[in-house]
Design a protein around this ligand. Structure first.
Ligand code: ZN
Length: 140
């Protein structure tokens, strides 16, 4: 699964330097993909947006590309609804790419190690076709 998601996220990360996408994920939360980040808004009591999906390009403006985590809380008054509290979290996409890509690579490596023929899956000692490892006693 990671082998599919990792290149997709990588493409999304690169694309987010030129394009943005926004989507309401719950009635309170909105997800932005912009400037190399997942930018999540969490508004209470509820969001201004309503489960819409939009995209656009940031051409014209100099895209602000962010590399690190960030979070902030904003309070603002709006309409008759009164005070809203908006929490924002920025998660750099490269971090998720690294996390999923790294986990996938590690799992692949582990699988590769395990299925290596003629070696004990436990200690890597060469055991040929033997059913029991002569080094650590591991049964195949
Ligand atoms: Zn062994």
């Amino acid at each position: 699964m990671g082998t599919v998601i990792t290149p997709l996220l990588l493409a999304l990360w690169i694309a987010s330097g030129w394009w943005w996408a926004v989507c309401s994920i719950t009635p309170q939360a909105t997800l932005f993909v912009i400037g190399g980040q997942f930018h999540i808004y969490w508004t209470e009591p509820r969001s201004i947006r309503d489960r819409a999906f939009e995209t656009g390009d940031v051409a014209g403006d100099t895209p602000e590309f962010n590399w690190w985590f960030d979070s902030y809380v904003t309070r603002f008054t709006m309409g008759p609804g009164g005070v809203r509290t908006q929490r924002e979290v920025d998660i750099p996409i490269w971090f998720i790419v690294l996390l999923i890509g790294g986990t996938t690579a590690w799992m692949w490596w582990r699988e590769h190690q395990r299925t290596r023929p003629g070696k004990c899956p436990n200690c890597q000692y060469p055991i040929g076709t033997s059913a029991v490892c002569s080094e650590c006693g591991h049964r195949l």
